[in-house]
Design a protein around this ligand. Structure first.
Ligand code: NAP
Length: 537
């Protein structure tokens, strides 16, 4: 155990080096706080620091999947409408250069304990390699996609070929050409891996439990002229993002599906379909995830479009079934480029029979059929939203572990603070709009709110700020109530923890949208009405 002299002291310890951690570190230093950022990966970038599976790219488009600081965007030129992980890694290198972050970052440093020391009113943070830090504030920016969800399939460890979870894909390129590839899962990741592997592998089998109602991405290269001409618009785009419920500068329709004639509906859907990205889901009708009839109508449009791209009737039955197995738009929509054409290729098989077990060389399904593989891509997602926080060893007042506190249900106030965990703040966590938004604009708003809290504390000489228990309970109720008015609660997904065995099923995200959320957060700061505060003794 290192002696007290070896404990590094800072005003704030920031955990995680994605959008949230980078922006927090930047803001803290600009405002005179000493801070250190601890990052488990060897580079900045959050999920992009580790995601390098074939085809990995973001589903939010440029220029608004990025920081709004002119120092960053005025000196950076994207090359694709939806950037790949490689370009995103380069982007973070650029951010690091402009803001000079790395000098206060420890890479390859995994936090494994965060303990509240009640006597000194400080946090003690320990890392897997034995380092210790003491701070007034702990700022957790570990994001939604930190802890992989690895399935427990019989015989998995016997498989002798290559097997990689998408979240731990090797940095060294895995050559798929001429190989027999299995893909387990059909979320955003499974779709991206399929699009790449079908083009080069000798044979691809995608094991699909539930089909993905993916919509066209409409990916394209962006010319440098186009970027140059769009620069004057960028501040306006970022402003529009921050004022929108989802952090996207899209025209959101307030019309309901059956307000329009059949002909007009087809025109609206067609137009948004052609625009690509999230336009179809968010720009068409306001009641798609509220009304079952509206949802069925939107699904019929989606199915007609999708079926037309698949010539094999058996594959079409699995990928675009007549009856939707869940409501369209009640999971995070995936964006695809040529996924359905790739599924349709003769070297691709789509299997919806459940996996029974692995053999040394392949996968057996419950119908007794065995298929042999060289490479298995496990695209089963994450213990999302809360997985990282629940398992990081965060112990608040009286040693209460956050994982234990949340065992029977998550409770936070505003998704950023937790009763019993004074001076700890969470970015991009549960019970906030988080993954219902384009991340960066929402993260900026949260980080700026946290900075306001710290500044207010400093100005008013307050040692601690802690969410009030009753406010936390009311926020939980409010979050669950908003979700209960939508069809999303009926669908099993990582939005409600149903994707992880044993995890409590409850809706984890705040559906009120960014402006309403921010308004509630700002009100709670007026006279500290949402918090208990203690003066510096
Ligand atoms: P995911 O959405 O959770 O999908 C996991 C897939 O694995 C689902 O098809 C699931 O089937 C299947 N699955 C899980 N456990 C299984 C098991 N034991 N046996 C067979 N199948 C199993 O995970 P993801 O695709 O990694 O995506 C997670 C999130 O990451 C996305 O929603 C998105 O926010 C983000 N992401 C974004 C991008 C992008 O920006 N373009 C790309 C990749 C990921 P069921 O549906 O039946 O449960």
């Amino acid at each position: 155990m290192p002696s007290a002299a070896n404990i590094v002291e800072r005003d704030a310890v920031v955990i995680g080096g994605g959008f949230g951690g980078c922006y927090l570190l930047h803001l803290l230093r600009k405002n005179g706080y000493s801070a250190i950022l601890l990052e488990a990966a060897p580079r900045l970038g959050g999920v992009w620091a580790t995601s390098c599976y074939p085809g990995a790219r973001v589903d939010c488009e440029l220029p608004y999947y990025g920081f709004s600081d002119p120092a960053i965007w005025s000196t950076w030129n994207w090359t694709e409408r939806f950037p790949s992980y490689k370009e995103l890694r380069d982007y973070f290198t650029h951010v690091d250069k402009v803001w000079g972050l790395s000098k206060d970052v420890l890479f390859n440093t995994r936090v494994n304990q965060v303990e509240r020391e009640d006597t000194s009113n400080t946090w003690l943070i320990s890392t897997a390699d034995g380092q210790r830090f003491r701070s007034t504030w702990t700022l957790a920016a570990t994001g939604t996609s930190f802890k992989p969800n690895v399935p427990d399939i019989k015989g998995m460890d016997r498989f002798t070929g290559q097997m990689h979870h998408s979240a731990a894909w090797p940095e060294e390129p895995v050559d798929l050409s001429g190989k027999r590839v299995a893909i387990i899962g059909a979320g955003s990741t499974g779709i991206q891996v399929m699009q790449e592997s079908a083009k080069v592998a000798s044979r691809v089998v995608q094991y699909i439990r539930t089909p993905n109602f993916a919509v066209p991405m409409r990916q394209r290269k962006i010319t440098q002229d186009e970027i140059y001409h769009s620069k004057p618009h960028i501040p306006h785009v970022f402003n529009a993002c921050k004022q929108s419920p989802s952090g996207l500068p899209l025209s959101r329709s307030t019309r309901k599906t059956f307000d329009d004639s059949e002909e007009e509906r087809q025109r609206v859907w067609e137009e948004n379909w052609r625009r690509g990205g999230f336009n179809f889901g968010l720009g068409s009708y306001a009641d798609t995830i509220i009304s079952k009839e509206a949802n069925h109508a939107a699904y019929a449009f989606w199915r007609a479009k999708t079926k037309a791209r698949i010539t094999d009737p058996q594959k079409a039955d699995i990928l675009a079934p007549e009856t939707a197995p869940y409501f369209l738009g009640t999971k995070r929509p995936s964006l695809e480029q040529d996924y359905f054409e790739m599924c349709d290729r003769p070297n691709v098989e789509i299997v919806n029979n459940p996996i029974a077990e692995f053999t040394e060389t392949g996968i057996v399904t419950e119908d007794g059929k065995t298929k042999e593989f060289d490479i298995v891509a496990v695209c089963t997602g994450y213990d999302a939203v809360t997985g990282g926080l629940r398992t990081m060893g965060i112990k608040g007042r009286k040693g209460l572990d956050l994982g234990d506190k949340w065992k029977d249900g998550v409770s936070t106030f505003l998704g950023m603070t937790v009763a019993g965990y004074p001076n700890m703040f969470i970015v991009y966590g549960p019970q906030a709009p988080t993954s219902l938004t384009n991340g960066p604009p929402f993260i900026e708003l949260q980080c700026e709110w946290i900075l306001n809290v710290l500044n207010k504390q400093r100005d008013e000489k307050l040692a601690t700020v802690e969410a009030k228990k009753e406010k936390e309970e009311a926020w939980r109720e409010h979050t669950l109530d908003l979700a209960s008015k939508t069809l999303s609660i009926q669908t099993d997904s990582w939005w409600n923890g149903a994707n992880v065995k044993g995890k409590k099923r409850e809706f984890l995200l705040y559906m009120g949208g960014m402006p309403v959320f921010l308004d509630a957060a700002n009100k709670a700061l007026e006279d500290w009405s949402g918090f208990g505060v203690k003066p510096v003794s």
